[in-house]
Design a protein around this ligand. Structure first.
Ligand code: TEU
Ligand code: CA
Length: 550
């Protein structure tokens, strides 16, 4: 890809905000839009170009806003439409665009469409949702299960049919086969785009074309027709970025979503490396031991498959995943080292990097000990179901502390005041008790903080074209403890060699990598000989006027 055809979002770094947990401006214990506005200077100083806001629309908050009751109203707990317009304007002044979370696989059961749809089989909105008659024996139409546990069908006794929901019953699936529904969605998207947003993150976009009668949930045959239609009706002619969430994406389907001639999306979020670390039966509640070789294999496959067309998203965490430093690093003795190492490895890959709030100061998983401390609908449902199915309580709590979604949803840690400076009231979920040590104020006071390191990485992407365009070459692929790669553009290359363990690791340096490497990211220059020893979680980086093309 030449420099002139580059899109703005290929050199930008995205920062994800989970509004509920970011900054509370009025002491009700819930983060809000004025709170976000108050932190825009912090985000500008970090160097990010885009904020992805998790949902802020009116919602009964069964799933913290991923259950929308009105797509064109702001949830009162987060503020008003005026607050939102002010956020867009204030962010723009700082060179930051706002991505909204487009949740259109389903609505809330409190959306007026669904309220009307369930009022009668003759409702004009009935077909906006997916209804089926009971099976001949009166039971469920089929055995599709929902992501949050239990059947994907719930009976509406008044009208005698089941509605389909891939998540909670309070999140009825929309019927994308209905052209009027699609037109309403596009109208709503254009309404937001005209307010000046920078684009959309699209929630479970892979699920919209479901065909439940054929057992199809993800990747239905019409999926790409719908996305192309959506593009024609809303995105075409606008210089916006879009990222589709797809737990089923493979490198091959990523090219369908993000290939340059496809007129669909800018990129997708993929979860292959996340899911390969889950247990076969108990899923994420019984994590497997971390497998670096498998992780490298997945990342390498995506880097290679999207080298010349399509585009990668790069992330370690989000609001559904555990904290990166706890999952892939060492959140105790080597927290700082491992958080910096993980950031370096991710941000020097090819793609658009995403920073999840608090990752830039090395926030960690929570040490909850009782199910009462959790808030997430998925965790609470799965706790009940897995205990019924025989998983011991302590195993579940261990698994939830390792992989549960509340790990990433505790309050952003701003300073060492009560509740991490997040709220003057009582937070909706407890702050991680380590906020006294791990917080933004402490990070700002330390020139060698994780925060400083993120700032350097984000700035480097803006100044060094090699970071954006360079070709990825993996090294030491079978090594179980070290992640190594080069990126090459023309005759310039950068090198990353990272130790993923808490031990010294000595490696044989491949002949091609030996020699002098100029400093990158304020590190010392490196002279690589036949062997090198990396300290715990150390990462070696360097630049050289050499080419590695394979
Ligand atoms: O997530 C999709 C999704 O499938 C996750 O719920 C995932 O399966 C789960 O976290 C793994 O255990 C999106 C949103 O990111 C999530 O927050 C929502 O709850 C979900 O869609 C429904 O809108
Ligand atoms: Ca508030």
């Amino acid at each position: 890809m030449t420099q002139t055809s580059r899109h703005w979002w290929q050199s930008a770094t995205v920062y994800q905000i989970y509004p509920r947990s970011f900054a509370d401006s009025n002491g009700d214990g819930i983060g809000d839009i004025p709170g976000i506005i108050g932190k825009l200077d912090y985000l500008r100083d970090l160097g990010i170009g885009v904020i992805w806001l998790s949902p802020i629309c009116a919602s009964p908050m069964r799933d913290n806003g991923y259950d929308i009751a009105d797509y064109q109203a702001i949830a009162p707990m987060f503020g008003t439409l005026e607050d939102f317009d002010r956020l867009v304007a204030e962010a723009k002044v700082r060179g930051i665009g706002i991505l909204l979370d487009l949740v259109v696989n389903h609505t809330s059961d409190q959306h007026r469409w669904f309220l009307d749809a369930r009022s009668s089989r003759d409702s004009r909105y009935r077909d906006y949702y997916v209804w089926r008659d009971p099976a001949p024996d009166g039971g469920l139409p089929n055995d599709i299960q929902s992501t949050f546990g239990g059947p994907a069908w719930t009976l509406d006794p008044a009208t005698g049919q089941y509605w389909f929901h891939q998540f909670a019953p309070e999140q009825p699936d929309l019927n994308w086969a209905n052209p009027e529904l699609r037109a309403d969605i596009y109208r709503m998207m254009n309404w937001w785009l005209e307010r000046g947003i920078a684009g959309f993150r699209m929630d479970v976009i892979n699920l919209i074309a479901k065909e439940p009668d054929r057992g199809i949930t993800a990747d239905g045959p019409k999926l790409h027709d719908y996305i192309q239609e959506m593009h024609r009706e809303t995105l075409a002619g606008r210089d916006v970025m879009t990222v589709g969430e797809s737990w089923s994406a493979t490198p091959a389907t990523a090219l369908l979503y993000s290939g340059r001639d496809r007129a669909e999306l800018s990129m997708v979020f993929q979860f292959e490396q996340v899911m390969q670390q889950w247990h076969e039966t108990w899923g994420k509640w019984q994590p497997k031991p971390f497998d670096l070789v498998a992780l490298k294999r997945v990342i390498g496959r995506w880097q290679t498959a999207l080298a010349d067309d399509g585009w990668n998203s790069l992330f370690w965490g989000n609001h559904d995943l555990p904290r990166a430093v706890s999952k892939y690093g060492d959140d105790k003795r080597y927290r700082v080292e491992s958080a910096k190492m993980l950031a370096t490895v991710l941000h020097l890959l090819k793609g658009t990097p995403y920073v999840y709030q608090g990752e830039e100061i090395g926030m960690t998983n929570v040490p909850f000990s009782s199910i009462e401390q959790y808030r997430d609908i998925e965790t609470l449902n799965m706790h009940r179901l897995h205990l019924e199915a025989g998983l011991p309580e302590t195993d579940f709590i261990t698994g939830a502390n390792e992989n549960g979604r509340d790990n990433s949803r505790t309050p952003m840690q701003w300073n060492d005041a009560a509740h991490a400076g997040f709220t003057a009231g009582t937070p909706w979920i407890e702050a991680n008790p380590n906020y006294e040590r791990i917080n933004v104020a402490a990070a700002k006071a330390d020139p060698e903080s994780i925060l400083t390191h993120y700032r350097r990485l984000i700035a480097l992407r803006r100044t060094l074209p090699l970071v954006i365009d360079g070709r990825y070459t993996p090294w030491l692929e079978a090594h179980p403890e070290v992640f190594a790669y080069t990126r090459t553009l023309d005759t310039q290359s950068l090198l990353v060699i990272a130790n993923f363990t808490a031990r010294d690791v000595t490696i044989d340096i491949p002949a091609a990598l030996r020699g002098d490497w100029q400093p990158l990211l304020d590190a010392a220059p490196a002279l690589l000989r036949e062997r090198a020893t990396l300290a715990p979680f150390e990462v070696i980086t360097g630049l050289a006027d050499r080419s590695f093309q394979f």
